[in-house]
Design a binder for this molecule. Structure first.
Ligand code: NI
Length: 158
């Protein structure tokens, strides 16, 4: 496995639409493994392939409840609303306030090529929305009501 370079918001690769994965190859599996290692090393809860410069519809998420790998994920249902803090490994040292659905159902393919459906609530629902947005070139800063001030960021750390 390898730790990959995470690009930051100035990089235009983050603004492109990712292509579907039409065939899962050994390279796909290596990418999934490397993305997971990269996310862990960066203390993130989610990482999308364009953040490591790959324009494919691949996401890894771990909110502390185990690894979720999503290939070609699609949001198929949402419920409710939550407003809260959100950050991104590609927007370092910033936090914004974003409104997202509170429950999100995602359809995706796993590393064996099997389709599955997963439902997430709260932070997991937020992570699904955030990471799937990355696949369409959307960053949370586009949707944030506002960004936290440096003073608020300090309070968060205390
Ligand atoms: Ni992000």
């Amino acid at each position: 496995m390898a730790i990959l370079n995470i690009v930051t918001q100035e990089d235009e690769v983050l603004r492109k639409k990712c292509r579907l994965v039409d065939k899962i190859t050994p390279r796909t599996l290596t990418l999934l493994d490397d993305m997971y290692e990269t996310m862990q090393a960066a203390n993130g809860v989610g990482l999308a392939a364009p953040q490591v410069g790959i324009l494919r519809r691949i996401v890894v998420i771990d909110i502390g409840e185990g690894l979720i790998e999503l290939i070609n994920p699609e949001i198929v249902a949402t419920e409710g609303e939550q407003t809260g803090e959100e950050g991104c490994l590609s927007v370092p040292d910033e936090v914004g306030i974003v409104t997202r659905p509170n429950i999100v159902t995602v359809k995706a393919t796993d590393r064996n090529g099997e389709p599955f459906t997963i439902r997430g609530e709260g932070l997991l629902a937020r992570a699904f929305c955030h990471e799937i947005d990355h696949l369409d070139g959307v960053l949370y800063i586009d949707k944030a009501e506002r960004m936290l001030t440096p003073e608020e960021m300090e309070e968060d750390e205390e």
